[in-house]
Design a protein around this ligand. Sequence first.
Ligand SMILES: NC(=O)c1ccc[n+]([C@@H]2O[C@H](COP(=O)([O-])OP(=O)(O)OC[C@H]3O[C@@H](n4cnc5c(N)ncnc54)[C@H](O)[C@@H]3O)[C@@H](O)[C@H]2O)c1
Length: 324
Amino acid sequence: MGVDLPPRVVVIGGGTMGSGIAMAFAARGPAVDLVEPSASVREALPSRLHEGLGRMRVPDADAAAARIRLHADLEGVPWDECGFVVESAVEDATVKRALFARLDRLVPPGVPVGTNSSTLPVAEFAGDAATVDRMLGFHFLMPAQFVPVVEVIDGPHTDEAVIARAMAVARAIGKRPVRVRRVLEGFLVNRMQAALMREALALIDAGVASAADVDTAVRFGFGFRYAACGPIVQKEHSGWEISTALYRRVFPTLAADAAPPPSLEAMLAEGRHGMKTGCGFLAWDADRVARERDRYERALRAALDILEAEGDDDPPLPWRSDSA
Ligand SMILES: NC(=O)c1ccc[n+]([C@@H]2O[C@H](COP(=O)([O-])OP(=O)(O)OC[C@H]3O[C@@H](n4cnc5c(N)ncnc54)[C@H](O)[C@@H]3O)[C@@H](O)[C@H]2O)c1
């Protein structure tokens, strides 16, 4: 195991994200203590983890699955062996506050404790902890076992060495950590995604393009290029003066609404939440959902193969010291 990989990690919450995070660690070697209080979720986890690791094409999925131990409560965890903690319980500040009060006492000194919360900054529920300096945001994207980015988010009191340790651990499990130095709503990834979605939904509402064509424009247009480089490097290719001239015309015309569009609220009021309710912009039945999920994971795995084959930028991209 690499020097940056702790031999045991604790993941709290075995739902959609926690199970993916447990797989992301177990695939790279560490043993995982996965804490999930719901008996029915716990019962379904072994087969879910085993199948998931298989779809990740982990060389020995059986051994990786066997490295994940399930617990009903924090008390059962062998805390003295734990080298890193990721909390990924339900998105509820009261639940997280209670969990972090216990983690404050249970987790050995100096071991980083990250929260995978998408919306709640760590200080909002761990601000009173005696060991708040080892608490931070450690935010994966769904599905956590495939998407490389992890946002490492500073809390107001997080120790610099804890941030460095969290970045190293993320890299050691093959992820691409990005540091978010200040808390803003949506952090970094969801904030940029929300900007895109505001415009996309406005274009659909205005009848400029269909929902299907919005997806095609992103996936086979600028989204396609993002598999090769990020938006900043892409503009280095094309020339900032061209984009700046375009922004002068386009920025003043972009959607700037402070709330989600009424059409989206109406869709939710009709129970159209997407796959989970059988309908969103698309109509789903169980068979189509299963086929789409399978296709999606195979495509993500193939995209990951391309990125992993490419490895780190070699030679490193010539970022100026004030931009990297
Ligand atoms: N779903 C996403 O796309 C996504 C993406 C990134 C981050 N997140 C974040 O990940 C976290 C979990 O989200 P999810 O989508 O996996 O939710 P989920 O509902 O699928 O899973 C949450 C799990 O937490 C368990 N739980 C409840 N109380 C608990 C406790 N006291 N201790 C341990 N576990 C407890 C529940 O039984 C459930 O299995 C949230 O903080 C969310 O903001 C979600």
